[in-house]
Design a protein around this ligand. Structure first.
Ligand SMILES: [Zn+2]
Length: 427
């Protein structure tokens, strides 16, 4: 009996769905510069592992069409259109017209690419019974003949989700430890983003820091088609343990149910842009004098994005001989942040800004010897170290949310612990 083998079609790499985490963050824009990547890749993390966990296999559905006499798999060639393919198969142009009138997802057939595969099920007279076209790794467009005309629908394949585990100890820097652990750039940036309110990934990561991550991967027919969200992670920075678990709202929470997102980021620049050989300067770069340094310097290339550490109102956006282009944000009655030596300012005085909104770019304006961001954090008018300053507590999940979050968080963290122990013991 002829069977339309919709599910034997291999996923096409260029359409693989990216995990929602990386997509949401616009990670490609944040990806490290090539030079930074090159230098970071030189030294791989000393201990890094990943592990396959239990998998859940679901039966694949099978579609059958008893009326179909044969099926034909057509590979799209350069220059092909649905029209030219139909003409080659001797299918009538009225069919093309009917398909184009379906609209919706069927419009994907107007954008077929060389290398794509169309599966055609034909009847004994050579007429089209059904057509299938994979839209991405998980979804297939199906068009079939019904008595009253054509019908289109999307068939979603059952994906098999596997939990995966990665862990590493930082030996040179966080980026290479992540790569060594088998994480992709999106996951490395995602992991840093989870803890960006607790840790300054640009300046505070040390050799000996460790992290472990539990994440999802989607498989179809045994082939990995997507890397999903990080489910739970632990980061041990200079002996201090930070843990986070993903909740069903897509946000990360501490095991107690407190939001990882807090009112201030620990660093207003992404770690992936920071020169790793940077040493905080104690001598003023121009005068050579030791001066009371009231801020943190982030050495980064001119043009690197600078974001607001927290939401607030721009109270100054200007230029001065010493500060160069600078921006000052008032967050509420208590907190004020300053960003100096900017190349570009992207906000005006009086403007409201959101946390993580880009306010300018790193530059070398004012009294400096090289491009860097000078960042200051003031609490009630007094300079504080933004890395250690006590900040307002993050919001906690509501009682009902917490009741749903807790058991899942405990299960995931137990899983994380168990595998961490096994991996460490096997070292
Ligand atoms: Zn400075």
């Amino acid at each position: 009996m002829p069977v339309i083998r919709l599910f034997k079609i291999l996923p096409r790499g260029h359409r693989i769905a990216i995990g929602t985490l990386s997509a949401a963050m616009g990670l490609l824009l944040l990806a490290p510069t090539e030079s930074a990547l090159a230098s970071r890749d030189q030294a791989a993390a000393s201990t890094s592992q990943r592990l396959d966990l239990a998998l859940e296999v679901k039966d694949k559905p099978v579609t059958e069409d008893a009326a179909a006499a044969r099926e034909l798999v057509v590979q799209v060639k350069p220059g092909d259109t649905l029209s030219s393919i139909f003409a080659r198969q001797g299918l009538p142009s009225t069919l093309l017209h009917d398909i184009s009138r379906l609209g919706g997802e069927a419009d994907a057939l107007k954008r077929i690419h060389p290398g794509d595969r169309l599966t055609l099920a034909l009847d004994h007279q050579g007429g089209l019974r059904a057509l299938s076209y994979p839209l991405d790794a998980a979804r297939t467009l199906e068009i079939r003949h019904r008595q009253d005309g054509l019908e289109s629908r999307i068939h979603s394949a059952e994906l098999e989700n596997r939990h995966r585990f990665a862990q590493a100890e930082v030996s040179s820097n966080f980026w290479s430890a992540g790569v060594g652990a088998g994480l992709n750039p999106g996951q490395i940036l995602g992991l840093a983003a989870m803890f960006a309110w607790d840790l300054d990934f640009a300046l505070d990561i040390r050799a000996g820091d460790r992290f472990s991550v539990l994440y999802e991967e989607s498989y179809k027919d045994g082939i990995r088609v997507a890397t999903g969200n990080i489910l739970a992670a632990e980061f041990i920075n200079q002996g201090k343990v930070y843990r986070a678990v993903r909740h069903e709202d897509g946000n990360y929470y501490s095991p107690e149910g407190r939001a990882m997102r807090k009112s201030f980021l620990r660093a207003p620049v992404n770690f992936s842009h920071i020169s790793s050989n940077f040493n905080p300067r104690r001598l003023h770069p121009v005068t050579g004098q030791v001066k009371a340094h009231r801020g943190i310097d982030y050495a980064a290339r001119t043009g690197t994005p600078v974001v607001a550490a927290g939401g607030g109102v721009v109270v100054e956006s200007g230029y001065s001989q010493f500060n160069g282009n600078y921006v000052v944000i008032r967050h509420d009655g208590t907190y004020l942040t300053k960003y100096l030596h900017l190349h570009q300012r992207m906000v005006k005085k009086g403007e409201k800004v959101k946390q993580e909104q880009q306010i300018g770019t790193v530059g070398a304006t004012g009294r400096v010897t090289g491009p860097h961001l000078h960042y200051e954090f003031l609490v009630n008018g007094v300079h504080q170290d933004p890395k250690t300053v006590k900040l307002p507590q993050a919001a906690i999940l509501s009682r009902e949310e917490l009741a749903r979050f807790r058991p899942k968080a405990e299960r995931l963290l137990a899983q994380l612990d168990r595998i961490s122990e096994v991996m460490l013991a096997s070292n």
